[in-house]
Ligand binder design. Sequence first.
Ligand code: ZN
Ligand code: ZN
Length: 248
Amino acid sequence: MLHRPITVAGIEVFPLCDAVGPMGDSIRRPMREMFPGGCHGEPDEWILHFHCYLLRDAAGRTALVDTGIGPSDSPASSWAPVPGALGTELARVGTAPEEVEAVVITHLHSDHASGAVVAGAPAFPNARYVLQRAEIDAAAETVLDHVVRPLGERVQAVDGGAEVLPGIRVLLAPGHTPGHQVVQVGDLLLTGDLVLHPVQLENPRVTYLYDDDPELAAATRVELLDRVRAERGMIGTAHFAEPFTRIV
Ligand SMILES: [Zn+2]
Ligand SMILES: [Zn+2]
């Protein structure tokens, strides 16, 4: 699905819609189990979008945030609507994989990291891949084999806040996974899975069934959403139907 870009603090932010669809039966549960206490009559069918974001500054330098669900045989194929359309979406906004200077992987879940490596080699051959060290340290062997090890020296492991490109920063936002990170551009926060569904905007304390540490995830969500709200800023989400939401 085509989503429109915005410009924040001089940086163009292109939402790239990798896929749209429901979760597969292997992990789908009723909404009241997915978001305990958060659902009040929502339809039980959750149609997820899977968004990555391309950031391009005035000098033409680019950073990609997340790499989507990957090809037909990706680890996400057990539950997500593979193949993803990231390559087509990148071409639509005029960026070749070779031109991407930095790839931020918010976390190593299969719907965010499966486009990082293609046929055993980095899909963005000239990019640094920015990951929190805590995320790598907590990763399963299969994830290390499929994503992290093939990237080799292209991995840039960071601890907490770090600048990716001028005006583009990552922040550690743990809970959904141990080393989950978000991306700050001006007053826009690209949230990864800090926020999964709009019910968590109504009540940020509503947890998600597949959070690694639900209480920590909720505390992180409350803190970061409060910060965005204080600036009357926006979030760019991975799984909402509309990429951008202003927090008021
Ligand atoms: Zn979309
Ligand atoms: Zn996730």
